[in-house]
Ligand binder design. Structure first.
Ligand code: AGP
Length: 612
């Protein structure tokens, strides 16, 4: 995700800003920029697509920008391609206000139209530039930057961390936050704002954490904090005792664990901008009802975990749409002489947007006349650029090779899309639509309940980490979820594992179940719980050790037959895998931890497989 740093003090700001941005490189970005206020040259802004080194070369390590107050930004594109113009900082029309932003402004289009009607000219495609222009609009009204910021924050909707400097204020920067983290750093040579402590830990360990709605006025000698009503706030100081490596992972031991914990927020960021007045809106994807009704076949095509999202989606969409939904491995689809025509909707799913098999499958589908829609996490990636339509998951950069938050946000986004298509087809009743939408919006909070009790999973992992072969069994949506649980375990713990449709066991594979075999029995799909129970009894009878996963309502029943039982909150049946997958991610993580594996960079694997 984006990284922000700001400095005001008694030293040249530019080198400090570049250094801070470099320490946040791990967050992932596609462009970077800095703005410094100079006594003689006003606001100096340098920004560019690409790596930070390009920016450092462009500014001779910051030496070209004179001044002791400035802001810096590494951008992870959400609205607008990664390029020089869309890079931050963004500057108001009169060139006197510069702003950096981390987050998503959900009502930016209506504000942009309002300002354009007043003659404001925009240069970028970003939501962030709208805020810079809105600031100038309010500043011209009230001639106070603090008041202008207050008015701005009352007008915008969405998530933000802002760093703002103004040519009229020689020794001041202003910060504000809502939903996107921002810290305040109290240093010897001056004071800081930053997205996380990593950026400032070299200069100070004395920090404070901004709360939602707060505004900070930062000078070289003081930081004054106000609430949204501009009432002064006292801030507790914290002494950061992390080392830099831990700071990069937000204090967690691994990126994978950090990203598991980020899932509720990642889902919120992905779904909130797409739900307006109780209806699903799919960005600028135009699928009129008559087109949707004319779809004869839907393909879901992907690789790895993204393919597993497609399998879950098949089960849920066929219930919602009453249409055949075909899920295919990209590497198989492209060579299978697939049935594709102008009435085929081909949805490709990819975190990286660069997976060659998925790209090739999409091209084959286009060549045969299909309409392609990409669900991608990386803005401006190859697959995103070539698809007819693209819907972005806003999970932020995913650093760990083993995907977690991208998987969850892909699922959530496709849940919304299922409702959208179901409404167009008339196969989802108003009541079901409302019920499922309500439950999609409740997913983050229910996921947080699971994440508050990771010790239950950690305890299970400490019992079972020494197994050398583990089965994940389940039916229907549980089976689909088990595919992901099994892959997570294989990827990072190197334990052989297999996900199996539990009704199929008796047709051969059950011969592998012997005394001590560990079976992870998945029973979260309520409609088939009794079947799940009977499969537990079946494998127990052959000596298996059973770790079961079910929902609270079925805990007591399952505990009667399983050796260990984990539970997750109940949600709508078609959404249940979104919750059940979290303990499976954690189980894989803790097993790998016990086995001393390289969790973030497992052997033989790459984060994006750009080869055949
Ligand atoms: C997931 O944990 C794996 N790293 C891998 O299976 C991955 O899902 C697959 O390579 C597809 O990647 P993509 O989503 O970037 O296309």
């Amino acid at each position: 995700m984006c990284g922000i740093i700001g400095f005001v003090g008694r030293e040249q700001a530019a080198p400090i800003l570049l250094d801070g941005l470099e320490r946040m490189e791990y967050r992932g970005y596609d462009s970077a920029g800095i703005a410094v206020r100079s006594e003689t040259a006003g606001l100096q802004v340098k920004k560019t697509k690409g790596r930070l080194q390009v920016l450092a070369d462009l500014t001779h390590g910051g030496a070209d920008l004179e001044g002791s107050v400035g802001i810096g930004h590494t951008r992870w594109a959400t609205h607008g391609e990664p390029n020089d113009v869309n890079a931050h900082p963004h500057v108001s029309g009169n060139g006197r206000i510069a702003l950096v932003h981390n987050g998503i402004i959900e009502n930016y289009l209506e504000i942009k139209e309002h300002l354009q009607q007043k003659g404001v000219k925009f240069t970028s495609d970003t939501d962030s530039e709208v805020v810079a222009q809105l600031l100038e609009f309010h500043y011209n009204e009230c001639h106070s930057m603090l008041e202008a910021v207050g008015r701005c924050l009352r007008r915008i909707e969405g998530s933000y961390a802002f760093g703002i400097i103004c040519a009229d204020y020689p020794n001041t920067l202003i910060a504000a936050r809502k939903d996107s983290p921002l810290i305040l750093g109290y240093g010897e040579s001056g004071n800081f704002i930053a997205s996380d402590v990593t950026a400032v830990i070299k200069y100070t360990r004395d920090v404070a954490y901004m709360n939602d709605g707060e505004i900070a006025v930062v000078t070289a000698d003081a930081i004054d904090v106000f609430d949204s009503e501009l009432t002064p706030q006292d801030k507790a100081h914290h002494q950061v005792d992390w080392d830099v490596s831990a700071a990069e992972k937000g204090g967690y031991a691994h990126f994978m664990f950090k990203e598991i914990m980020e899932q509720p927020e990642a889902i919120r960021k992905t779904i909130s901008p797409r739900i307006r007045n109780g209806r699903v809106v799919l960005d600028n994807v135009s699928m009129p009802a008559e087109y949707v009704k004319g779809i004869s076949r839907i393909y879901l095509i992907a690789c790895g975990s993204s393919y597993h999202v497609g399998v879950v989606c098949k089960y849920s969409w066929e219930r919602l749409l009453r249409r055949p939904v075909q899920v295919e491995l990209a590497s198989e689809f492209r060579y299978s002489d697939p049935l594709v025509d102008e009435n085929t909707l081909v949805i490709v799913i990819s975190q990286s947007g660069e997976t060659l098999d998925t790209m090739a499958a999409m091209r084959e589908a286009k060549r045969r006349g299909g309409r392609t829609l990409a669900v991608v996490n990386v803005v401006g990636s190859s697959i995103a650029r070539e698809a007819d339509d693209v819907l972005y998951t806003w999970a932020g950069p995913e650093i760990a090779v083993a995907t977690t938050k991208a998987y969850s946000t892909q699922l959530a986004l496709l849940d919304l899309m299922g409702l959208y298509l179901g409404e167009a087809l008339g196969t989802v009743s108003g009541a079901d639509y409302d019920e499922i939408l309500k439950e999609v919006q409740a997913l983050p909070e229910k996921m947080e309940c699971i994440l508050e009790h990771v010790e239950d999973v950690q305890h299970a992992a400490s019992r079972y980490f020494n197994h050398d072969s583990i089965f994940f069994i389940g039916r229907n949506l549980d089976y689909a979820m088990g595919l992901e649980g099994s892959l997570k375990l294989k990827e990072i713990s190197y334990i052989h594992s297999e996900a199996y449709a539990s009704g199929e066991l008796k047709h051969g594979t059950i011969s592998l179940i012997e005394s001590g075999t560990l079976v992870v029995a998945l029973g979260t799909y309520a409609a088939l719980f009794d079947k799940a129970m009977s499969n537990v009894v079946e494998v127990k009878a052959r000596g298996a050790e059973v770790l079961a996963l079910t929902t609270e309502a079925y805990r007591e029943k399952m505990e009667k037959v399983a050796d260990t039982t984990l539970v997750v909150p109940q949600t709508h049946p078609v959404l249940q895998p979104s919750l059940g997958v979290v303990p499976l991610q954690l189980f894989a993580y803790y097993v790998a931890l016990q086995r001393g594996c390289d969790i973030d960079k497992p052997r033989n694997l790459a984060k994006s497989v750009t080869v055949e």
